[in-house]
Design a protein around this ligand. Structure first.
Ligand code: GDP
Length: 409
C-alpha cells in the first residue's frame, strides 16, 4: 500500500505547525527528526542502501536544486499511511509546489477562523489548482477563539467557497477545528455539535490514492545509471504505463531497441512495476542507458516538440523581460528556451488579468505563455503525464519559474 501524500497550505500563523504536531501526537507517530536520523544512519551503511535512497525522487529534486528544505512527515491512521510534504515558509512552499517537486495528491488548506482567507492562502490555493490537484480539504482553525460558533465558521466557509469556485477547485469538505485543543481532529467535537460533517482524520480517510496512467503508453525517464557489482542499473521513477520483465523497450533519443532483463525494486527484484514506483532496470543487450534518456515502447513514443503552451508561476524576485534566455528542465531533460509570447499576466492572489500580450512577468505572477525550446524534447500535457508535463525555468542555476504544459502547439 502506498502512502497518500498531501501538503498543508495556508497563511503564516494560521496553525499549520500546530496541526502537524497534533496529527503526530494523536496518531502516536514518529517525530520528523527521528526519520532524518534513520535516513542519515542508512546513508552511512554504504552503496547499496544509498542506492535505495537515491531512488527516492526527493534526492533527485534536491540535486537539481529545486526542493529546499522539504521535510516529509509520516503518520498512520485508520489503516492508511500518510505523508505530509512540508516546506518551512511561504517562498519554499510556492517553490516546492510550483516545481511539482512535492508530488502531492491532495492539499489541505488551513484558515484561521479569526482572520479568514488571506492573500497568501489564495496564492497557495491557486498553485494547487494550477497543478491539477483536485482533492482539497479546508480546515477552519482556532475555532476555540470564536467560541466554536457556527456563524463564524459559516462566514469563513462562504468566502473561501467563492474563491475556490473561481479557480475551479472546490473543496470536498470544510472542517471546523481547533488544532491546539484537539477538537474535530481524531473524532467529532462535542463543542461543535452543530457540525454534521467528518472530523479531520475521517476527512483525510476519504482521499484517494490516485494511480494515474497505468493504461497509458510506457514512460520511464532515466535519472541515473549505477554500477552495482556487475550490473548496470538505470534508475528512475516510472511515470506512465506498466513495465514488465522481458518486455521490448525503445530508448530515446537514440532510438535503440532492447529488452528488460530485470526490474530492481530495493531490496529485491520484481516482475512488473506501475506508475509512481521508483525502480531500476537492467537491459538485456549491452545497450547503455544514460541520464536523460527516456524508455518507452516502439510505436507509442512520446511526442518531441519544440514549442508548447504553458502556465508558469514566476518565482524570481527579478522581473522577466521578453527575449531573456532561460534553461528549461523537464523530467531529466534540459534545453535552452525562450518565452515567445506572454498571452496573459495574472495576479495569483486576486486572479485579475494584469495585462494581455505582455512582455514581462513579475514576482508571484502567473503567465499564460508560449514557450519555444532550442532542442526538441519529449513532452506531454500535464493532464496526461505529470512528469513530462511539468518543468522549471532556470537562469544562472536559479529556479525562476515553474510551470505546467497546457497544450502542445
Ligand atoms: P504556522 O505558522 O501556520 O505553522 O502556525 P503555528 O502552528 O505556529 O501557530 C501560530 C500560533 O497560533 C501559535 O501561537 C499557536 O499556538 C496558535 N494556534 C494554532 N492553532 C491554534 C488553535 O487551534 N487555537 C488557538 N487558540 N491557537 C492556535
Amino acid at each position: 500500500m502506498e502512502a497518500i501524500k498531501f501538503v498543508i497550505a495556508g497563511h503564516v500563523d494560521h496553525g499549520k505547525s500546530t496541526l502537524i504536531g497534533r496529527l503526530l501526537f494523536d496518531t502516536d507517530s514518529l517525530p520528523p527528526d527521528k526519520i532524518e536520523e534513520i535516513r542519515k544512519a542508512s546513508e552511512n551503511l554504504g552503496r547499496e542502501t544509498q542506492f535505495a535512497y537515491l531512488l527516492d525522487y526527493l534526492e533527485e529534486e534536491r540535486r537539481q536544486g529545486i526542493t529546499i528544505e522539504t521535510t516529509q512527515v509520516f503518520f498512520k491512521s485508520g489503516g492508511k499511511e500518510y505523508v505530509i510534504i512540508d516546506a518551512p515558509g511561504h517562498v519554499e512552499f510556492v517553490k516546492n509546489m510550483v516545481t511539482g517537486a512535492s508530488h502531492a495528491q491532495a492539499a489541505v488548506l488551513i484558515i484561521d477562523a479569526n482572520e479568514g482567507i488571506k492573500e497568501q492562502t489564495k496564492r497557495h490555493a491557486y498553485i494547487v489548482s494550477l497543478l491539477g490537484i483536485n482533492q482539497l480539504i479546508v480546515v477552519v482553525n482556532k475555532m476555540d477563539l470564536r467560541n466554536f460558533s457556527k456563524k463564524a465558521f459559516d462566514l469563513v466557509k462562504k468566502d473561501t467557497e467563492k474563491f475556490l469556485e473561481g479557480i475551479g477547485t472546490p473543496a470536498s469538505v470544510y472542517v471546523p477545528i481547533s488544532a491546539l485543543k484537539g477538537e474535530n481532529i481524531t473524532g467529532k467535537s462535542k463543542k461543535m455539535a452543530w457540525y454534521d460533517g467528518p472530523a479531520f482524520l475521517e476527512a483525510l480517510g476519504t482521499l484517494k490514492n490516485k494511480k494515474h496512467g497505468e493504461n497509458k503508453p510506457l514512460i520511464f525517464p532515466v535519472q541515473d545509471v549505477y554500477k552495482i557489482k556487475d550490473k548496470r542499473i538505470a534508475a528512475g521513477r516510472l511515470e506512465a504505463g506498466i513495465i514488465k520483465k522481458g518486455q521490448s523497450i525503445k530508448i530515446l533519443p537514440h532510438n535503440r531497441i532492447t529488452r528488460v532483463k530485470s526490474i530492481e525494486k530495493h531490496p529485491c527484484q520484481v516482475d512488473k512495476a506501475t506508475p509512481g514506483e521508483s525502480i531500476g532496470i537492467v537491459t538485456q543487450d549491452s545497450v547503455f542507458l544514460n541520464r536523460g534518456d527516456i524508455v518507452c515502447e516502439k510505436g507509442k513514443e512520446p511526442l518531441f516538440a519544440d514549442s508548447f503552451k504553458a502556465n508558469i508561476f514566476w518565482l524570481s524576485k527579478h522581473d522577466f523581460h521578453k527575449n531573456q534566455k532561460l534553461v528549461l528542465r523537464c523530467a531529466t531533460q534540459e534545453t535552452a528556451c525562450r518565452l515567445e509570447k506572454i498571452e496573459k499576466r495574472i495576479d495569483s492572489s486576486t486572479l485579475e488579468i494584469i495585462e494581455e500580450n505582455s512582455s514581462r512577468l513579475r514576482n508571484l505572477e502567473v503567465g499564460e505563455v508560449l514557450i519555444r525550446v532550442k532542442k526538441p524534447i519529449a513532452v506531454k500535457r500535464f493532464g496526461d503525464v505529470q512528469e513530462l508535463g511539468r518543468f522549471v525555468l532556470v537562469k544562472d542555476e536559479n529556479t525562476c519559474a515553474g510551470g505546467i504544459i497546457t497544450s502542445l502547439a
